[in-house]
Design a binder for this molecule. Structure first.
Ligand SMILES: NC(=O)c1ccc[n+]([C@@H]2O[C@H](COP(=O)([O-])OP(=O)(O)OC[C@H]3O[C@@H](n4cnc5c(N)ncnc54)[C@H](OP(=O)(O)O)[C@@H]3O)[C@@H](O)[C@H]2O)c1
Length: 321
């Protein structure tokens, strides 16, 4: 079967090689799945560069979330979504998924949307509800709202009854945020989002900030966080990890909340199942609907990951092997 392999670390377009590799073999606790769709994530870029928190041995195949069809055993024919473990990720025609982590896919959900319902939506749901304790009527500020993580957070924030302010780089992405349901959308490449947040909240600020960009965006978010606000550290797509001055958190009485969704696999795996059930319920009521910016063939992986790293994508980019 074909799989994209990384033999040395670097930029995706330089180091990804499409190769023929042996098919994986199902074994106890693991389901062999044919990949119907694999959704890309910023961490796939970081994996290629060797800059992700997880550092698989070389060679490895990136691809952290898939929707596929079980090939063998009692669940053969069942459509599932989940995360194939590294080093044999989802940029391939077949993967192994842990039996306990193979979540059911409803009949009315296309493969591209199912592949996109895993990492970003689970992260958003756990981040907003469990970690940030977002309440109905609160104001949520979502950064990079037209991206994968951000587009999910806008929908989940609206579904939770929050007022959502979204930021994005450029007018086209601002329009996407509005179409996703953001009450206010700000082009943070040309406008001061701090002033906008203060203006539309009558000076109070945002109760919850969902920040997947970090760096200057994190620093400036501290300027518009509300009394008892929660600033959720989701990621560092901007490249710089900000330092948080603890005296500022004290003086303004807010919390800096770390979010590492994948860790629940080790500490409380039931969270994955409960969150999946909650997401399917939101899908059934169409309160969430993954935004698929592009569907591409497997061959396009290097170019698609390069666009993702260059801020050139909207919502989720999905490859169809
Ligand atoms: N904590 C967790 O458990 C968890 C889980 C999943 C993902 N993440 C993290 O969340 C972040 C977003 O992941 P994603 O897959 O959803 O990516 P994405 O949002 O689809 O893409 C990243 C977005 O970040 C913004 N950005 C700002 N500065 C950037 C820069 N210098 N280079 C590239 N992008 C920049 C861009 O939007 P604008 O052009 O609108 O600024 C870009 O579209 C990543 O850092 C990822 O590691 C964390």
């Amino acid at each position: 079967m074909r799989a994209w392999q990384v033999h040395e670390l670097g930029e995706p377009q330089d180091v990804l090689r499409l190769e023929d590799v042996p098919e994986p073999q199902a074994h106890a606790g693991m389901l062999r799945v044919t990949v119907d769709a694999v959704a890309l994530n910023f961490p796939d870029v970081l994996l290629c560069r060797g800059m992700y928190q997880e550092k698989p041995e070389l060679p490895f195949t990136p691809g952290l979330e898939v929707c596929g069809t079980v090939l063998d055993g009692p669940r053969a024919g069942e459509r599932v979504l989940g995360g194939p473990g590294l080093p044999r990720g989802g940029l391939a025609e077949q993967v192994l998924i842990p039996e306990t982590g193979a979540h059911p896919v409803p009949d009315d959900m296309p493969a591209s949307k199912a592949a996109s319902l895993y990492i970003t939506y689970q992260t958003g749901y756990v981040g907003l509800h469990r970690r940030a304790q977002l309440k109905e009527g609160e104001t949520l500020l979502v950064h990079a709202g037209a991206g994968g993580v951000g587009s999910a957070a806008i929908q989940l924030g609206k579904a939770a009854g929050a007022r959502v302010i979204a930021t994005a780089g450029g007018p086209d992405k601002v329009k996407v945020c509005e179409e996703l349901g953001a009450d206010v959308a700000v082009d943070y490449s040309s406008e001061d989002f701090v002033a906008v947040v203060k203006d539309v909240t009558a000076g109070r600020g945002a109760d919850v900030v969902y920040d997947s960009v970090g760096g200057d965006v994190f620093d400036r978010s501290r300027r518009c966080i509300a009394f008892e606000g929660r600033l959720v550290v989701v990621g560092f797509a901007g490249g710089r990890i900000a330092d948080a001055p603890t005296n500022h958190a004290l003086v303004k009485n807010y919390s800096i909340v770390g979010l590492h969704w994948g860790l629940y696999r080790h500490y409380e795996p039931q969270v994955f199942h409960d969150t999946h059930a909650a997401l399917l319920d939101l899908w059934a009521r169409r309160q969430i609907d993954p935004l698929i910016g592009a569907e591409l063939p497997l061959e396009d992986a290097p170019a698609a990951l390069t666009r993702l790293s260059d801020r050139g994508t909207i919502g989720k980019v999905v490859l169809l092997p």
